[in-house]
Design a protein around this ligand. Structure first.
Ligand code: GTQ
Ligand code: FE2
Length: 343
């Protein structure tokens, strides 16, 4: 075997050493690292089955009292991220479990978050003093630095899906967290100003809002399902609605961009790939996805990921299927580096 290290030294080896000793790098030596030819996700597509998570959620509910914990969330962690709490690049996905009577205290943080009702009738998230009920399929926003706490006023355990944009704000090292004051009255508020944004297409033109995020926090599941039923399939063959800020028509927040897709039976989608990442929650039905050459079979309440720049196609099996999709698409869009392709 020839020793590849014992060949003649490259003519610029001495210069490269001298540069490195002066804390300067030669671009010609590491061009593809400085300017990659294409994106290359560190992770494979991943599936977390509800049937595997459910017993762990039940254990967390009985073994972990909320009193001394900020949140009882089980966060999906892909091993490709070396022990970091990451589902796929830039995104965190989790299930939050509340026992009857549980109150997860008010706090606020820079990281934007969303939650999506799975089996959470009777629970509510209070966002900046507005009660947002957590019905099945309801999307609730907690934009950056908005106060939020959770309460389960029902007589049974509740579960919902969370996603956070914290990895982006942490990477930029711009994260702040503040605990809220203990005030029992905060739990008995009603919808409050959420009513100003509840009816699509009708507004109080004088209503005050913070332009940094959607003024609407609560997107009811029954309205999403009605919209999907009325929509025509898009170019990839699926019907995909976007949750938008009613003022701008753009994504709900600056770091998280949410969608709901309905797959019709026997209508596999055309393969697509994009520079953004997605965490998918199966909300109805079952099916299969081919992502980056891997096949994933999913059913209700499973979570799976679509890492960036991997081809993905989806197919419902034995009936229609609905998938809630949280992405970082808006980050790429705003930075001018969004690229999407369809086969
Ligand atoms: O519900 O406020 O999964 O702050 C992670 C961080 C949920 C929440 C998470 C959080 C929350
Ligand atoms: Fe939070």
């Amino acid at each position: 075997m020839p020793d590849t290290n014992s060949g003649p030294e490259r003519p610029d080896a001495d210069l490269i050493r001298a540069l490195e000793e002066s804390n300067v790098h030669p671009l010609w030596d590491r061009y593809a690292k400085v300017i990659p030819v294409r994106p290359s996700a560190p992770d494979t597509p991943m599936l977390w089955r509800w049937r595997d998570i459910e017993p762990l959620a039940a254990r967390a509910a009985t073994e972990v009292p909320l009193d001394d914990k900020e949140r009882r969330a089980l966060i999906m962690a892909h091993p490709a991220f070396g022990g970091d709490t990451v589902a796929t690049s830039n995104l965190i996905g989790a299930f939050t479990i509340l026992e009857p009577g549980d109150r997860a205290p008010m706090h606020r943080h820079t990281a934007p978050a969303i939650r999506f009702g799975v089996d959470s009738d009777g629970a509510a998230t209070i966002v900046n003093g507005r009660r947002c009920n957590m019905g099945k399929g309801d999307l609730v926003l907690t934009p950056p630095m908005c106060w939020h706490g959770h309460i389960n006023g029902s007589g049974k355990p509740t579960v919902w899906f969370d996603a956070l944009g914290s990895l982006i704000s942490n990477h930029l090292d711009a994260s702040f967290f503040e605990p809220g004051a203990e005030n029992p009255e905060i739990w008995s508020v009603d919808e409050g100003d959420e009513l100003l944004w509840a009816a699509a297409g009708m507004v109080d033109p004088a209503a005050a809002f913070e332009p940094a995020h959607s003024p609407k926090f609560h997107y009811p599941g029954d309205q999403a399902r009605r919209l999907l039923a009325a929509m025509a399939p898009g170019p990839d063959g699926a019907r995909t609605m976007r949750y938008v800020d009613p003022v701008t028509g753009g994504s709900v927040m600056h770091m998280l961009d949410c969608y709901m897709t309905r797959l019709d039976t026997d209508a596999p989608t055309r393969p697509r790939r994009a520079t953004y990442n997605a965490v998918c929650l199966v909300t109805e039905g079952r099916g299969r996805s081919d992502i980056g050459g891997q096949t994933i079979e999913w059913s209700e309440r499973d979570i799976f990921t679509i890492p960036h720049w991997e081809w993905a196609r989806h197919e419902a099996i034995g009936g229609d299927a609905d998938i809630f999709i949280v992405t970082d698409r808006v980050v790429y869009e705003r930075l001018g580096i969004l690229r999407e392709e369809m086969e």
